[in-house]
Design a protein around this ligand. Sequence first.
Ligand code: NI
Length: 137
Amino acid sequence: MRLIRFGISIPENLSKKFDQFIRNKKYSNRSEAIRDLIRNALVQEEVEQNAEVVAVVSLLYDHHKRELSERLLDLQHSKAHMVLTSTHIHLDHDNCIEVIIMRGESQEIKPLADALVASKGVKHGTLEMSSTGKYLD
Ligand code: NI
């Protein structure tokens, strides 16, 4: 992959804040940080344009709520063509965490993830959408 160089002009204050950001985030240099910021913007664009994305949903819940486990399974089966895999971890006597990895159009994944996260009894749920990587090189 050929690298190109370009210069940018930004206000001094913004530059100082950016350098602090780079230190906080443990980037080794500005270029690496800027590459990631650009990729983040491009992934955001893919999500907004309903491109095919890869999504990770995590759900923390109490497995004693029997009807909840069933609901989470029913929801996943209703969109089985998008679910690549799921992993269930028994954290302790009460708590379970389930991680579901999906692939599909962002606008189809979002409502399913929302329904899973909003299910009564889910203590904490997250959705992270990432790229398939096809357009990020
Ligand atoms: Ni469990």
